[in-house]
Design a binder for this molecule. Structure first.
Ligand SMILES: [Zn+2]
Length: 558
């Protein structure tokens, strides 16, 4: 069928104005009608006119056509990353020093000393992101850890972020700048950790926002620079579409500036912080949703909202049906069933899709119950809604995901062995961790899934290839850490690639524009240094992007 579609276009070359002809590629299209091709013809706007073999399309080249030889390389649609924290991630990348997830507290202090060198007195130092080893050391040291951090920074305020982005560690200077002392009450949905009444510097959930709010914010021009740097970084790792998971009107305005200037070489989706459960909530973000279409440039979509329902397992704040092992803690939820239903229903009526952060099984059930009520009241034709993270989905609820048109927003750190996944496993217990991310089961049940890196949670580097290798093996792609998480939930390469391309585009409402290479779609694709089908799954993790094309234009070259 795809063959016929291609030929019908080729038969009428007079209708085509081929600006660029890409030949000699080993192209995987993600188009069900034509899974492979060698050549792509695109027009001046970067739209695909035809795909076929090199021999079939060569005749379409006119005297003004640029012919690009893909050198026999593996070519696929650009990665569509379904869950990112673009501005905070890139700001951290540009401004903060990196902490390795495996660092102990001694190693963290060394990094702080290095970051402090030459910095003016009073300058903020931010580091990202410590893991379970450093956290255990900090907890053991108690008040002393905060003092050591003051000493290492030379009295400069320091805020270190935990890999989950749901917890942080601040020193005395940072706490003072934020106005936190022993008399400060815990904020709603957060905890200022204390020992014998004294503040330790560890901050959980909403308590970390108090100190975060004291870090000097980006200026107007700076946010555009950060957005521009992010786009360049994304293109360099093969990303040509992203969905920001917690967006503000300022952020969207920055990307609009880039789009107007022709500098936005990726599709950009946004989920407004329109719920009070978001750290970045504002009245403006709520109001923005009624004018989102006018506010967006041609490569942007912002008709989505974000809600946080629970926290993360590593801090025991994800809402679980059964208590965390060895405790009587079940985590917590920030909205009652009625409140959650009311928020989703109001958005759904306006055609606004909602991404709900729900990790624990209790939270996931509450989301599905709410969407079930929404569909019953508003009708079945409302927008798709998403469950972000959702890794502890009860298996009996999987059919509801499909029936209610809820997309599973899958995030890599939990489906293959790494420092963060092992830390989670220790908190929730091996038995419960064995149920994590039943991706193959969900695929077989017909659930729509899309991969979002959740960058920069857990991994400082954005690596779609590490995520992909992890989907295929559920083991540590570097081979350093032993073990495999639920190997029976591994999927094949052909099953995994649409989750990283086509499905994310569909979930963003761009399913007719990008995410696959087919006539009428944007020529957004990447050229890789290896044939993903020819190498061992583990070697996929080291894949390098040689070139990235957006709308037929080369936007990155290695
Ligand atoms: Zn996230």
């Amino acid at each position: 069928m795809g063959q016929r579609q291609g030929r019908s276009l080729i038969d009428r070359p007079e209708h085509m104005n081929v600006t660029t002809l890409f030949i000699n590629g080993a192209i995987r299209t993600m188009d069900r009608a034509r899974p492979t091709a060698e050549a792509i013809a695109a027009d001046a706007s970067g739209r695909i006119l035809a795909l076929g073999t090199t021999a079939e399309l060569r005749d379409l080249a006119g005297p003004d056509t640029t012919v690009v030889d893909l050198g026999g390389r593996f070519v696929m649609p650009g990665i569509v990353d379904f869950h990112m924290h673009v501005i905070s991630g890139m700001t951290t990348r540009l401004r903060s020093f990196a902490i390795d997830a495996g660092d102990d507290f001694e190693a963290v202090l060394m990094r702080v000393r290095k970051a402090a060198e030459g910095k003016p007195e009073g300058a903020w130092l931010t580091g990202s992101a410590y893991g379970a080893t450093a956290l255990a050391d900090i907890e053991k040291l108690g008040i002393e850890a905060k003092r050591l951090l003051d000493e290492a920074s030379g009295g400069r305020p320091v805020l270190l972020t935990h890999g989950s982005l749901h917890g942080a560690f601040a020193n005395g200077a940072a706490l003072a700048a934020a106005g936190i002392d022993a008399s400060t009450a815990d904020p709603a949905g957060g905890r200022i950790v204390r020992v014998d009444g004294e503040v330790t510097g560890l901050l959980e959930e909403s308590a970390m926002w108090i100190v975060d709010g004291a870090v000097p914010a980006l200026g107007d021009g700076e946010i555009v620079d950060v957005a521009r740097a992010a786009v360049g970084y994304f293109n360099s790792v093969g990303v040509t579409g992203f969905s920001d998971a917690q967006s503000t009107p300022e952020m969207i305005a920055a990307f609009r500036t880039l789009d107007n200037a022709g500098e936005l070489s990726t599709w950009a989706g946004f989920h407004l912080s329109a719920s009070r459960t978001c750290s970045t909530w504002s009245k403006e973000a709520e109001e923005f949703l009624s004018r989102h279409e006018a506010a967006c440039g041609p490569h942007m979509v912002a008709g989505n909202a974000k809600i946080f329902l629970d926290g993360v397992p590593s801090l025991k704040t994800a809402a679980m049906i059964a208590a965390y092992p060895g405790t009587n803690e079940h985590g917590e939820m920030y909205l009652s069933p009625d409140e959650l239903f009311a928020e989703i229903a109001a958005h759904d009526r306006q055609g606004i899709g909602v991404k709900v952060h729900a990790v624990g099984d209790a939270a996931i059930c509450r989301v599905l119950d709410a969407v079930e009520r929404v569909r019953a009241e508003n009708g079945d034709n409302g927008p798709w809604h998403h469950i972000a993270h959702g890794q502890y989905i009860p298996h009996e609820d999987i059919p509801r995901m499909k029936r209610l048109r809820v997309i599973a927003d899958l995030n890599p750190p939990m489906w293959f062995v790494n420092h963060a996944s092992l830390a989670h496993e220790r908190v929730v217990g091996k038995e419960r961790y064995a149920t994590v991310w039943p991706i193959r089961t969900m695929l077989e049940a017909g659930v729509t899934m899309a991969v979002g890196s959740d960058w920069m949670t857990v991994f400082p580097e954005l690596s779609p290839w590490q995520s992909l290798a992890g989907l295929l093996t559920r083991a540590d792609p570097s081979g350093r850490l032993p073990g495999v998480h639920s190997p029976h939930e591994a999927i094949t390469l052909d099953q995994a690639l649409p989750l990283m391309t086509r499905n994310g585009a569909q979930g963003m409402g761009l399913g007719d524009k990008t995410g696959q290479l087919a006539p009428g779609f944007s020529a957004d694709f990447i050229v890789l240094d290896r044939d993903l089908h020819a190498v061992e799954p583990r070697a996929i993790a080291d894949t390098k992007v040689l070139k990235t094309f957006f709308e037929g234009r080369e936007v990155y070259t290695a």
